[in-house]
Design a protein around this ligand. Structure first.
Ligand code: MN
Length: 256
């Protein structure tokens, strides 16, 4: 059977499972909070236009208001100053939104230390055990953080020094930027650690990975349902012309 016909048949019969890696999008979806002197993203909002009523007797629909970087979303290279001349979200070639995915599981470490940082040695150890990072594929960082996704305070895990959420070291960010990956995906609100404003450089994952023309994926769920390698991930951001990112539906295909 041709590959695509086989794929369709196996999705229908369930021997290939479709796993939704997307967080539900609603007014309570956690968003990034920056210091008050900086510009702020807005929470997701639904504004009802009509609901089978005199504003529209047979139809229901809403306007939406959202930041580009709300909920499960894709960071385009031009989100960061290091990628300002690279693709906006509408210009990302569609074939670069689909690729093989690998998962590095640091759930235990992030549970013990919310400021846990993935380092180069973790990436080398993972590859020694599981093979190389996939060319034109995604690296997904599993931390268990998505369990906090319906509780914005627990998700931000902030104190007077800011948010405490896992991320990557500056060296690991540079390492990822030098690979053939499409991008790096996380369960947290952004691809950098909660404390990354104080790193040298600040926000090293954004700086290095987006500056290398790669993408970020955030607020992913259900990474525990993916194998360490072997899944295919499809990220589908809206093609917002000139946009720096977009909420995205992110799906994984997994061998049953
Ligand atoms: Mn973002």
């Amino acid at each position: 059977m041709a590959d695509l016909a086989s794929l369709a048949a196996r999705i229908i019969d369930g021997t290939i499972e479709v796993v939704d890696l997307t967080s539900p999008l609603h007014a309570g979806t956690p968003i990034l909070r920056l210091p008050p002197e900086l510009g702020q993203t807005v929470p997701f909002q639904l504004e009802e236009i009509s609901r089978y009523d005199d504003r529209g007797p047979a139809w229901y629909w809403n306007n939406i208001r959202t930041g580009e970087h709300t909920g499960t979303h894709l960071d385009a290279p031009n989100h960061w100053i290091t990628g300002k001349d690279l693709d906006d979200v509408s210009r990302i070639p569609p074939k670069r939104l689909i690729g093989p995915a690998v998962v590095i599981d640091k759930t235990a470490q992030a549970s013990a230390d919310p400021d846990y940082l993935l380092d180069v040695a973790d990436l080398r150890d993972w590859q020694a055990a599981n093979g190389p990072l996939p060319a034109n594929g995604w690296l997904l960082f599993r931390t268990g953080w998505s369990a906090r996704g319906e509780d914005p305070a627990a998700f931000a895990n902030a104190d007077e020094r800011g948010a405490h959420t896992p991320g990557v070291t500056p060296a690991a960010a540079k390492y990822l930027a030098g690979t053939d990956l499409l991008g790096f995906g996380v369960e947290t609100v952004g691809t950098d650690a909660g404390q990354a404003f104080g790193f040298q450089p600040a926000f090293p994952c954004h700086e290095a990975v987006l500056g290398a023309g790669k993408y970020g994926l955030t607020q992913l769920r259900n990474l525990d349902r993916l194998p360490a390698r072997g899944a295919i991930v499809i990220a589908a951001p809206l093609p917002i012309v000139t946009g720096s990112g977009s909420p995205a539906r992110v799906l994984a295909l997994v061998e049953g």
